[in-house]
Design a protein around this ligand. Sequence first.
Ligand code: NAP
Length: 338
Amino acid sequence: MTSKKSFKPDRDLADLTGKVVFVTGSNRGIGLQTVKHLARKGATVYLGSRSEEAGKAAVSQLEKEGIPKGRVIYAWCDFSTTGKAKETGEKLLGQIDRLDIYVLNGAMYVVGFLDSCEAIEDPLLPDLLTANHFGNLRLLQILLPLIEETSDKYGEARIVTVSSMAHTLSRAKDPDIQFKTPDDFRQDYGPGGGFRGAFAYYAVSKLCQQMTHTVLHKRNKHPNLIFISVDPGMVNTFSNTFLITRILSPIINLFFDSPEVGAYNTLFAAASPKVKEKRDKYDGKFLTPVGKLTPVGANVTLEKAEEMLETSQAFLEKEDMFPLLPRGGKEGAASSSS
Ligand SMILES: NC(=O)c1ccc[n+]([C@@H]2O[C@H](COP(=O)([O-])OP(=O)(O)OC[C@H]3O[C@@H](n4cnc5c(N)ncnc54)[C@H](OP(=O)(O)O)[C@@H]3O)[C@@H](O)[C@H]2O)c1
């Protein structure tokens, strides 16, 4: 573990020359800072943004700030619906032939949810859960074979899930939570549920991300592929949203980290040489800033996580009739090793 004050991306990250990175939702916030530092270590980084304008503006901003070694390339990335997530993955696969580091960073937060609850592909599942869990899962499913291949061919690849301590809060900590049907994901909270309902959705979406990470790590058959999930800490990526929070920014900044510091834990997981050196220590684990091993929420049991993923996959398969991630159990072991 390194303190936030002593972590220095320039010094503490491996050289990434020749590596290809994709960071979702990285036109602003923690993702943007993640892109900056990974590119500065020499990587070719695809900056994912659902808005072309915002994505290209972010690339220009980073170029002005200075990327002396690597490269930053805008990539359209939208996981608002599973259809868009699929298109995002397919487009990216048309641009790259290796993927060394995949950072699942972008997410819809409560504020965005309250602002823009729009119609979604499946009326069962409100936007936030669709984006943060189902959309992310669909995208990961499309990119996973290339990441696995990269790990085999080049000796290392990493998948970093930017999760949150929120996966231990609200409805995500309910010991009776279950994921037997798509309806179980949403329970009683809807767009009309206000902040409490929106936060419950966010917490469950982060629980699902955490569970996905856990199951995929468990099922992984590729010796050089590393899975890490992280919490970035309390990061001020929101004070520009409202006039009142803009005014209160100086006070907010006393309690929250800047997006730059908020990226440190992701950066550690994505590119610290310590992770490779001590793979047994870090692979499959959940880290709080910076690089601190932290127990996951009580609901992240393998059994419950398998149930969640099975239900999610059945839901997604029904949607586009496409086989998803390798299944668990005997059948899964056979198919994933073939
Ligand atoms: N900030 C914190 O204190 C904190 C704490 C714990 C965990 N986290 C996690 O850290 C990650 C980054 O958070 P942040 O604070 O940097 O967030 P942020 O500033 O709100 O940025 C979120 C990013 O995700 C993108 N995004 C949202 N919905 C999307 C969708 N449906 N499809 C594609 N892109 C989408 C946004 O794009 P647009 O610009 O187009 O909206 C933006 O680029 C998230 O996973 C969050 O849950 C943050």
